[in-house]
Design a binder for this molecule. Structure first.
Ligand SMILES: Nc1ncnc2c1ncn2[C@@H]1O[C@H](COP(=O)(O)OP(=O)(O)OP(=O)(O)O)[C@@H](O)[C@H]1O
Ligand SMILES: [Mg+2]
Length: 260
């Protein structure tokens, strides 16, 4: 699935955490509007890939390339990567005490709007679009005036990640187990929002262990990460096969389609 025109191009990425090499050599392409599901056993390095692409300082990229829309992400600071159109949600969204949610999201939104050549949103316009988006996501509007994630339940934190996604409309969104901790209505909300943004051209890498949601998302490709590389590439059948047999047994089978 390599293509020169892919929106995201990751080539032979090696990522270390401390002394340990977690990703040996990851290569993958994602085109505009494509949806790729990334699966892999616990600890296989899925979140590591997201954090490394986002520019988290603990995740050291030792080799390889990552381009978004032709721009070299690895040369950019985390905030520049976001301005370039990358959005990576947290598997466990942290609290940001003392920072009001609406100010946090408006500041981030206006930074990406500026990078896209769009006018900034004033507090009034922002609040009205944020309230509307929050309502769609089943998040009480009062969450907007509280400190980021402070005292939020697990599912509310995930919905707050979706609120940022919905307002920022990135070029590529990587959602890390966005379904975990979500109730059934929350999972429906994820699918609906992803479908809407995808139709508008946003590309997605969705990390999930949840087959039912993966099926609803109708992915273009399903990838399995193992031993620090993309061990297998397939379609929904790959996700179903993993769900049937488990990662251990699946890894032991003779490889079907290997590559990125
Ligand atoms: N800060 C850290 N210090 C040491 N090891 C770390 C650190 N962060 C991650 N790791 C290790 O790196 C490996 C990959 O972790 P990662 O979080 O990327 O896995 P994952 O595929 O997202 O797993 P899960 O499905 O459980 O979310 C794990 O073995 C983890 O313990
Ligand atoms: Mg993870």
């Amino acid at each position: 699935m390599s293509s020169l025109s892919a929106l995201l191009q990751v080539r032979d990425l090696q990522v270390d955490i401390g002394e340990r090499t977690v990703l040996q050599s990851v290569s993958l392409d994602v085109s505009q509007g494509e949806l790729v599901v990334l699966m892999g056993a616990n600890g296989s390095g899925k979140s590591t890939l997201g954090m490394a692409l986002a520019g988290h300082p603990s995740y050291q990229v030792k080799a390889g390339q990552a381009l978004l829309g032709g721009q070299d992400l690895l040369q950019q600071a985390a905030h520049e990567r976001a301005r370039a159109g990358l959005f990576v949600s947290f598997q466990a969204p942290p609290d940001v005490p003392g920072v009001k949610n609406n100010l946090f999201i408006r500041t981030a939104l206006n930074a990406v709007r500026q990078a896209r050549g769009e006018a900034p949103q004033d507090a009034f316009d922002f609040l009205s679009s944020a309230k509307e988006a929050a309502k769609e996501l089943g998040l009480p509007a009062t969450m907007l005036s509280r400190p980021v994630n402070e005292g939020f339940s697990g599912g509310e934190r995930k919905r707050n990640e979706l609120l940022q996604l919905s307002l920022m409309r990135p070029r590529l969104a990587m959602l890390d187990e966005i379904d975990s901790g979500m109730d059934v209505d929350g999972v429906r909300v994820v699918v609906k929002l992803v479908q809407r943004l995808r139709a508008e051209g946003t590309a997605f890498i969705i990390i999930s262990h949840y087959l039912q949601m993966i099926e609803s998302l109708e992915p273009d490709r399903v990838l399995r990460l193992d031993a620090g590389r993309i061990a297998e590439t397939g379609d929904l059948e790959l996700a179903r096969s993993i769900a049937r047999t488990g990662f251990k047994q699946h890894a032991a089978r003779p490889a079907a389609a290997v590559g990125a």
